[in-house]
Ligand binder design. Structure first.
Ligand SMILES: Cc1cc2nc3c(=O)[nH]c(=O)nc-3n(C[C@H](O)[C@H](O)[C@H](O)COP(=O)(O)O)c2cc1C
Length: 127
């Protein structure tokens, strides 16, 4: 919601929201898209490993002046990705990551509001 507000997109403006989302499928104009697959047999363990891998890759790219955007939205279109590459059926598309040099676009000036650590801690049950 904060991002849409910064981009001047009204909550009720479905066309504008769809248009913004659609940019995922042109990888926001980035020259490189990475497709991250995990082995189906490894389930959540592979997802944890891949998450750590993604964070390291994203931070490493950032340290070299590159921008990235993790794209869960890309995993929805696994069939389209499979048409372009030879990928074993044992693997499943988890996420895309686009990589490029960040533009001066307004969207790249967005800074998400961070919640405090106490807000992500669950309270204990009263027995
Ligand atoms: C696993 C994962 C999937 C994401 N998928 C998308 C996506 O499909 N499209 C998108 O625009 N941003 C996506 N994001 C990026 C977030 O919207 C956000 O920009 C990014 O995590 C940077 O966080 P920050 O704005 O809190 O610094 C994803 C982030 C993560 C970690």
């Amino acid at each position: 919601m904060e991002l849409f507000t910064q981009m001047g997109i009204d909550r009720d403006d479905k066309d504008a929201r769809d248009g913004f989302w659609a940019r995922n499928y042109e990888f926001f104009g980035a020259p490189v898209e990475l497709f991250l697959f995990t082995h189906k047999s490894l389930g959540k363990f592979a997802a944890s490993d891949a998450g750590l891998f993604m964070q390291n890759l994203i931070l490493s790219a950032h340290s070299k002046g590159l921008g990235t955007c993790a794209q869960g939205s890309v995993a929805v279109w696994e069939d389209a990705v499979r048409k372009e590459f030879q990928i074993s059926k044992n693997y499943s598309l988890l996420c895309g990551i686009c990589v490029g040099y960040p533009s001066q676009s307004q969207v790249n000036k967005f800074q998400a509001n961070r919640i405090s650590p106490s807000e992500i801690m669950l309270p204990e049950k009263n027995h």
